[in-house]
Design a protein around this ligand. Structure first.
Ligand code: AMP
Length: 251
């Protein structure tokens, strides 16, 4: 039986999926939810980059696909996620960031979690495509603490240096315009079907407007999770609405 942690004031999140195109803010929001709920962020992109850095068999296989913005084969990614979900820190829930990205991955995940205490809920973050390009090409992060900056909308105090720990910031090799275009193609061809898959199960799905200040987006995701968890607790499935924010400025 899952135990409610002290730092979870209102809702026990259980397994949460953050879905959306490259640059919508999945990583940023996942880190915030992780701090808030005390559950891990599991980013398949981060796990794959770690494999690449360590030159494991998986990393070597994934390298060219990642560099060109294409998806890594389902069976390899599913196996990697299966291994990660066996870690004890996932017991109270986790945030999957960037997974599932194909229907096959979504169906595999459902099959894995048939006996889980809480059903998976999915939050899709939506941002207009023209905003995404600026976010992606302006994105830098700290390799030590993981803080994400954007040279246009959220620059560090000193160019190229992390505000928190003074480390030199790095840019992902696939955060270039040509690779962004390929990643968008993969998103439209494969991942948009995943969003439809969860949308078809209304009580497991919410959509949040991501072209808004970061705090506002976090608040909208938090509200969506609360509503989805309440809906999941009801004896009859109930339709979920859409959490909408007024569009203000770019994040
Ligand atoms: P991300 O950090 O989520 O943008 O992912 C970076 C790259 O890793 C993607 O462009 C894909 O090449 C690969 N990748 C990450 N997650 C997945 C996934 N769930 N399925 C297939 N490939 C993935």
């Amino acid at each position: 039986m899952m135990q409610r942690p002290d730092n979870t004031k209102e809702v026990l999140p259980g397994p949460v999926l953050l879905l959306g195109a490259p640059g919508v803010g999945k990583g940023t929001q996942a880190k915030r939810l992780m701090d808030e709920f005390g559950i891990p962020q599991i980013s398949t992109g981060d796990l794959l980059r770690e494999h690449r850095k360590n030159q494991t068999q998986l990393g070597l296989m994934a390298d060219a696909l990642m560099s060109s913005g294409q998806l890594v084969p389902d069976d390899l990614v599913n196996k990697m996620v299966e291994t990660r979900l066996q870690q004890p820190d996932t017991q109270r829930g986790y945030i999957l960031d960037g997974f599932p990205r194909t229907l096959n991955q979504a169906e595999w995940l459902d099959a894995q979690l048939t006996d889980a205490p809480l059903p998976v809920v999915a939050v899709s973050i939506v941002v207009p495509e023209q905003v995404l390009l600026e976010r992606i090409t302006g994105r830098f992060s700290c390799p030590v603490c993981g803080t994400i900056y954007n040279q246009f909308s959220h620059p560090p105090l000193q160019p190229g240096v992390c505000d928190r720990d003074g480390t030199a910031l790095i840019q992902r090799s696939d955060d270039t315009e040509p690779v962004f275009r390929e990643r968008m193609k993969a998103f439209q061809a494969k991942t948009s079907a995943v969003i439809e898959y969860y949308k078809a199960h209304g009580s497991r799905f919410a959509q949040v407007e991501g072209d808004a200040p970061v705090d506002q987006v976090t608040g909208a995701i938090r509200a969506a999770l609360r509503r989805l968890r309440q809906a999941a607790a009801l004896p009859q499935p109930s339709p979920a609405g859409t959490t909408r924010l007024k569009t203000t400025s770019n994040v």
